[in-house]
Design a protein around this ligand. Structure first.
Ligand code: ATP
Length: 455
């Protein structure tokens, strides 16, 4: 399916609107509407459930977006969190140099290439500008992606602080606090969901690459030497999480980083890529980060961040595995995967958003067959069911039309109150995917709904 179609669909149904639309928009910003908010919350809750609630080792955290700027110096972000920027002198288009190379040769992974190597490649291969076709580029400059702002009433340089470009550093800073407060032994993990900001050179592809987005990050601390085992386990668990959400295996690809592509602090990294409408691209990065971050903060803060093994009394800095997932990239993957246009037996077409029932914006729709006669009973049912799952009430139009509307937004069950319901408290329950109907008594309804819409 084309991106244009998906974007139009999302706007029409209230998943995602253009940001600041009333004022002509603000480039690459997006607002999540009622359905988008519900889906996003369901994805975040599911991640939290899997990686915190159901985990025997992990706990949660909610750290600040604004942090002491010394942290970003220590972490390497002030000096090194930059992307290579290049301009076409002929048409003034701006590119990320690594993306320019990968666009020219899709077998290349230019992420780990240094600037000189990229410039040589561009010159030797006479790489053309994707916009105007000319080969006339500026040299490559490094562009720092952190958003600056200032704290306090005096707008001077000494007050400069940054909006965090990842949630991970907030976790590293609180490693000791969390370990002491929860009396955790290694291995254990700390999870965080939160907003981050990156002044991307070339945002785009709708919500795939934006300057404000949300991450779901896990920092898993383990004994040095055990990191390979945990790394492999998290690659598998992350993939399993996506498959359990209903993403098709064919649309997922595990991509191990080659030695020359690895960040200097990482001894293994695997990306889980999703087949977006434009092709495979990164959804989830899983990195084995050694003790790079804790060591950096220990050095810069002069605080001992070592862990003491309670049995052997050995002291060491833990190694870290980091699975890092963007909420919006998951949102886009889930919607693209679930969207289908189907032709029915009677020749009619419908959109079926075949989301996993548990993450659909609504689990149940309630309809009165005839507004005048069945409205009160349907609303009574709505009040009852909405205490258990997200429910929507719809009384307008023919029943067939109402079914189609719910199919198009992924509501797995539709319940209709009709004439017989008024006498015997039974209702027709229709399934989104099979379109089959069953008749259920009110006493069995909640159990049925909960069973059909659980993970
Ligand atoms: P890319 O190579 O696409 O720029 P990255 O490797 O820099 O991404 P990480 O720093 O590893 O990304 O961030 C972890 C996750 O955060 C990514 O896997 C992705 O899901 C998400 N993410 C990163 N940048 C963006 C962005 N600009 N917009 C939306 N999500 C993002």
């Amino acid at each position: 399916m084309s991106m244009e179609k998906l974007v139009a669909y999302m706007k029409q149904h209230g998943f995602v609107f253009q940001g600041s639309e009333l004022y002509g928009g603000l480039a690459n910003t997006w607002d999540f509407g009622p359905l988008g908010t519900a889906l996003k919350n369901n994805l975040k809750n599911r991640w939290w459930q899997r990686f915190v609630q159901e985990s025997r080792t992990n706990v949660g955290l909610d750290s600040s977006i604004l942090m002491n700027p010394a942290i970003w110096k220590a972490s390497g972000h002030v000096d090194g969190f930059s992307d290579p920027l290049i301009d076409c002198k002929a048409c003034k288009s701006r590119f990320r140099a690594d993306h320019l190379l990968e666009g020219h040769d899709d077998t290349l992974h230019a992420d780990g290439m240094d600037i000189a190597a990229m410039e040589t490649y561009i010159a030797e291969h006479k790489v053309p500008c994707p916009e105007c076709g000319k080969h006339d580029f500026t040299s490559i400059r490094q562009f720092n992606l952190m958003f600056k702002t200032s704290q306090g009433v005096v707008d001077d340089q000494s007050q400069t602080i940054y909006l965090r470009p990842e949630t991970a550093q907030g976790i590293f800073l609180n490693f000791k606090n969390v370990q002491r407060a929860t009396r955790r032994k290694l291995p254990f993990g700390i999870c965080q969901i939160g907003k981050v900001f990156r002044n991307e050179i070339t945002p785009g592809n709708f919500i795939f690459r934006t300057r404000e987005f949300e991450q779901m990050e896990l920092e898993f601390f383990c004994k040095p030497g055990e990191e390979k085992t945990w790394f492999e386990r998290f690659v598998n668990e992350s993939e399993r999480f996506l498959l359990d959400l209903g993403l098709s295996k064919d649309n997922l690809r595990l991509r191990e980083h080659d030695a020359d592509e690895l960040s200097h602090y990482s001894n293994a990294t695997t990306d889980i890529d999703y087949r977006y409408p434009w092709g495979f691209d990164e959804l989830w990065g899983i990195a084995s980060r050694t003790d790079f971050d804790l060591k950096a903060h220990q050095t810069h803060s002069n605080e001992n961040l070592e862990y003491q093994d309670p049995v052997t009394n050995e002291r060491y800095l833990p190694y870290v595995i980091e699975p890092s997932l963007g909420v919006e990239r998951l949102f886009l993957a889930v919607l693209a995967d679930a969207y289908r246009e189907e032709t029915l037996d009677d020749g009619e077409t419908r959109i079926n958003l075949a989301l996993h029932p548990a993450i659909a914006p609504y689990q149940v729709a309630v309809f009165p067959l005839i507004k005048k006669h069945h409205r009160e009973e349907a609303l009574r049912l709505y009040d009852k069911i909405s205490k258990h799952v997200a429910t929507v009430y719809d009384e307008t139009g023919a029943i067939g039309k109402r079914y189609r509307r719910q199919d198009a937004i992924g509501t797995p069950l539709a319940i209709t109150v009709d004439h017989d319901s008024m006498d015997d408290n039974t209702y027709t329950v229709r399934d989104r995917d099979t379109m089959e109907q069953v008749r259920l008594h009110e006493d069995d309804l909640i159990d049925y709904i909960c069973e059909k819409t659980a993970f």
